[in-house]
Structure formats: C-alpha cells, structure tokens
Design a protein around this ligand. Sequence first.
Ligand code: CU
Length: 307
Amino acid sequence: MKRLLTCLLLPLLLSACGSDSDTTDDSSFPRTLNLGDNYTATLDMTDVTHGVAEITVNISAKDGQSLQGQAITLTPLMVMASGMEHGTPFENSTGTLDENGAFTSTAYFLMPSNMPSGDPMGDWSVTVTFDTQSVSIPLTIEMISSDVKTLKGSDTDQIMNMSGGTTDRTYYLYNRARHINSAMNMNMFEIYVAARESMMNYQAIADGNVLNADTMYELTINNVVVEMCASECDLETNWITAMAKDNHPGIYQGMGLGLAGDDTDMIMVRLTVNNEAKDNGATTDAIETVTFSFSESDTSSTTHQHM
Ligand SMILES: [Cu+2]
C-alpha cells in the first residue's frame, strides 16, 4: 500500500513505479521485457543450486505469429566490481524456439553476485538476442564461490591470458545432484565439467568437442575420464569411473558410490583429458582431486526424472 501511495503521490518525481516484474527487480521471476518493437522476452530461472540453474526464455511476437524454429542466443555476462568482465558456462547458449516460443538452457555460474559479507562481487546479466534484437536482463546469483571446483591444465594445456601471455586452462566441475533411491537401487552423483576457452567462452568437456578451435591453443578432446570415490580414497580400488550421460555433453554420472544422502557424504573427483590428469594446484599429495561436500540443507533427489 505504501508503494501504491508513493506512486500516486509522486508520479512526476519517480521515473518508474513499474509492476513487480519491471527491469530493476532482478530477484523475482518470470520477468518480461520488450525485445525490440515486435517481440517480448520472458525470462524464468529456477533457484540457483550450487551454481546451477535452469533458465527458460520465451519469445512472443506482438502480432501473435508463431516463432517456432527461429534462432535465439543467450549471452551471460558478469561485470566484476573490479571492472573485469567474463561469461560463464551454459549447456547451450544458442538454439531454436520450440512450439511455445521457449528455449531452455542450464546455466553454470562461476561466482555469486555478492560475497558472503554482502559486499558486491559484480553484476550478472543474460542478454537475449533474437531476430537482430537484444535485451539484457540482470540476474542476482546466490551461491558460494566454493560451489565451483576447479582443476588446471599443465604447461602443455594452456590458453591465452588477458595480457596476451598464456595461463593454465581452467576446468570447472559442478555438483548437479545426488540421486539416491534405494527402492530403485540408485546411488549416483552427477557432475558437469566445462573448461574456459577465453573470459567469454566456455565449453563442455566431452569426447569430440574442440576447445579454442583454429587457435594455437586448440584442444581436440578424444578421451575423457571422470573418476569418483566416496570413501577410503587412498585405495585405488575404491575409485569408480563415471559415465558420460547420453546427449548431454559435459555431464558425468558416478554409480554405486554408497552415498548416505546426508551431510556426511564427501565425494572426491578427478579428471583426465587426453590422458593428462588435471591438477588442483595444491602442493600436497593427491593434487589431482577436488572434493564435493554436502551441507544439511542439501536435499538428495529421490526421483529419476533426470535419468
Ligand atoms: Cu566474476
């Protein structure tokens, strides 16, 4: 009511007393914006869980025509408080609209909008591009930086850095879900693995993908091994090889890990690409692993909807 009164009393002083879906509110969904003169874009996003969220964009034509099959591009961007800009891995950043004018992609965010202290880290947005028109939609990303695990390439697995030299290629590993269902004899941990090609470009780590194509840092991926272990990981026999999920490049599923599904689970993961184990940069032993841990608030999926 207060807001309504303010809008009524100060129509000339306030430039925007918009609806709850207006562009300055980047925490509520769905949000609808004009996309050029002829279209509207509606963005919906699930909660961000460990840096992972599903984003659906709907495009509708103001004249009501069907847009099925037309191309859409989503471009994520973070403008850091420092001024540095970067993108983030997306399952697909381009595609075509379905019969309802919708396009869905999974976003894997590299960092939160705000530090745990509340101080800003930077501003996230997704730019929707369709039929030569684009609109940028701000997002608030809630996660903690340690949701994303990183591994590094060796001296022979490099990309260009921002000053024109080289830097180790970075691999990003995300916790997608634990799937535990004893009735179905399912006990699985699912991750997504991507790598940075440049500050703006990222790609899934999957057989056949070519990173940094047509540059001196080109890497054709012809062998990926993702291994997981949930207990007594100093014993090599306790490591299992995760399987690549069909038709989902970058997703790997470790089966039969004996997970409890609560906060006692700890899963170590290691990644080998083209026979080179990627390194976490630590100087201690076991430098080739990252560890996923779970808090009490994490819930395990007991469904099989993602199978
Ligand atoms: Cu950032």
